[in-house]
Structure formats: C-alpha cells, structure tokens
Design a protein around this ligand. Structure first.
Ligand code: TRP
Length: 333
C-alpha cells in the first residue's frame, strides 16, 4: 500500500471563525481527512506578528481547535495541535530566514497590506511571516496545502525556498508542496459587500456569520444581506449578492447552484434569504453548540493538544535534524 499523501493546513487564531472558513475550508477537510495523512493546527506564532490581547489569543486558540473537532475533524486520525507547542517550527523558520531574500519578502501583498496598517513601527515578524509559514509546511514533507487565493503567493515562496535549498543540499531534502484546490470549493463572500471575501477580520460584524452566532443572529444577518437590483433570482456575476446566497446553499446542501436556482423560479429575494438563513442556522447550530461544550472541558483540550504536539514533534524533528545535518550543524541528542 502506498502511504497516504500529506495534507496540511492551518488557521490563525485571531478572531472568530466564519461561515466562510467553514464552507470554504473546514467542511472540505472533514471530507478529506481519511483520504490523506492530515495535519491541522492553529498558528498562534503567526498571530503574534500583530499585537494580540493575551487572554483573547489563548481563548481563540482553544476555540479554533474546539471548532475543528466540532465540525467533524477526528483528533485520533489527524494530527491536531498548536504551532507554538512544536518548537521545530520556529527553529526551521530561522533557517529558512537565511535562505529567503529581502526582495522576495517585500513583494508579498499580505505584508504590504498588513504593514500599511502598522504605521511607523512594523514588526520584523510581519516581514518574515512567510518563512514561518514555509517552515510549517516543509517540516512535514507536505504534498498538498489547501488554502484560499489570498495565500497563493505564500505557497509560491515556500516552493521557491524548498527548490533553492534542494538544489544546494540535495533534492530529497524537502518535498515541494502543491496548492490544493478542492473539487468543490466554496468562496463565500461578505454579506454586506458580495464583491469581497467573507473575512473574520472584517470590522463590520454584519458582513459575516460567525460560527459563534446564535440562530437569531444568523437569521438577522441573512435578512439584512445586501442583494442586487431587480427581482429575478438568477445565478450570475451581475447579481453577486444573490449568487452568494445560492453559493452558500450549494456548499451546505451539495446541490449545484443551477439546481438551486431552478427551485426559485417565480419567487422573490425574500424567499431565498429566509431559506438560506434556515439552512445556515441548521448547519452552524450544532457546530456552535458542540464547540461551547468542548470549551467547557479544558483538560480534555489540553490533553488533545499535548498528544497532537507529541505526534507532530517526532515528525518535525526528523526533518529538522536532517536540515541541520546537511547545513553542517553538529547533531543534537
Ligand atoms: N497564513 C495562513 C493564513 O493567514 C495561515 C497559515 C500559517 C497556514 N501557516 C500555514 C496555512 C501553513 C496553510 C499552511 O490563512
């Protein structure tokens, strides 16, 4: 039997996860977890590249892990952990920092966007963020990384670093990862501006359904979702608000957008909104409730994180030891 391919992804534990994170990422991971050798983690070390409230950060990290489990990730069959619990991430990031160039890092659009918001004092960590992300990926000989459009550039730089080091130290040093676009990918847009992505960092709480929202909040947000002029329910780029609601339904039910659109022949926007709200509430409700339940048992979560980190460390240390060795560092213990 050929070993399963390694699939790895991570989420920043800053802000609450949204319906977009669930339908665009988590839901797919749940479906893929038995097919691949999966590693999922919360990137708390990436989160501190901008100031975080310590209490909030800790809560959000627990919450991210609890949400993964509540959404259906099986902690026994995947490797689930917190990035800071596996010191090899920061160690390999240092090495990669010595092989990535200032020019490359300054071209990263996420750096440009985030640093523009920092004023005079831009933390260096924000600049070298991609080296840590490359370390996350390369430590586990990852084949596939399911991420959204906005992370494509970071994946490209990871591939460049891997190839550069492989050329110097041997082609079997790192596996060059591929971006993984799921067969049924959902890109959920903001409820207030359907031309931009639903984002957990959007300052307008009406723009996103959070996985912490009550059924009532979900219904209100969908009722207030921005729709388009006209009244016909059509699946077209000219009606981005309507298209988004249909996409949400499609991602939840697994039906095609065309099938869904047909059922609204002769109906009004209001019908579509009400139905979408109910579907979202039905999908989010159990995840929210289960997450809260899991969050009440910290010792269970601590235990899981401990086991996850142990599994991850063993794998990560193998790669890191090899890297140190090839670079000429004396072997440690
Ligand atoms: N940078 C990613 C984001 O903001 C999070 C991330 C960190 C990540 N390390 C990763 C994603 C490794 C995939 C693989 O969404």
């Amino acid at each position: 039997m050929t070993p399963k391919k390694v699939m790895l992804s991570a989420v920043q534990p800053s802000n609450r996860l949204t319906l977009g994170n669930y339908l665009g990422a988590l839901k797919n991971w749940v479906q893929l977890q038995s097919q691949f050798d999966c590693l999922f983690f919360a990137v708390d070390l990436h989160a501190i590249t901008v100031r975080q409230d310590p209490k909030e950060l800790r809560e959000q990290t627990y919450r991210a892990i609890a949400t993964y489990i509540a959404a259906g990730i099986d902690p026994d069959s995947v490797t689930l952990f917190a990035q800071s619990h596996v010191p090899q991430h920061a160690e390999l990031a240092w090495v990669l920092n010595c092989f990535v160039y200032m020019g490359e890092l300054s071209r990263m659009t996420q750096f440009k966007d985030k640093s523009a918001k920092q004023g005079q004092n831009i933390p260096v960590g924000l600049f070298t963020y991609p080296a840590l992300m490359a370390a996350d990926i390369l430590l586990y000989k990852t084949h596939l990384v399911p991420v959204g459009e906005d992370q494509k550039q970071h994946l490209e730089i990871t591939r460049d670093i891997a190839q550069r080091m492989n050329q110097i130290y041997g082609n079997d040093l790192f596996t060059v990862p591929e971006i993984y676009l799921p067969p049924v990918g959902a890109r959920i847009m903001s409820l207030q501006n359907p031309l931009s992505k639903m984002s957990k960092s959007d300052p307008d709480p009406q723009s996103a359904v959070y996985l912490t929202d009550t059924d009532d909040q979900i219904r209100k947000k969908l009722k207030r979702a921005v729709t388009d002029s006209g009244s016909e329910i059509a699946y077209t780029a000219e009606k981005p608000g309507i298209k988004n609601l249909i996409d949400i339904q499609a991602a939840i039910t697994g039906q095609s957008p065309e099938q869904i659109t047909q059922t609204y022949a002769g109906k009004q926007y209001g019908h579509l909104k009400v139905d979408t709200a109910e579907l979202v509430a039905t999908a989010v409700g159990p995840i929210r409730d289960r997450t809260e339940q899991l969050l009440r048992d910290r010792s269970y979560l601590d235990d899981l994180l401990k086991q996850g980190a142990k599994k991850a460390r063993t794998r990560a240390e193998k790669t890191l030891g090899d890297v140190f060795d090839r670079l000429g560092l004396i072997r440690r213990g």
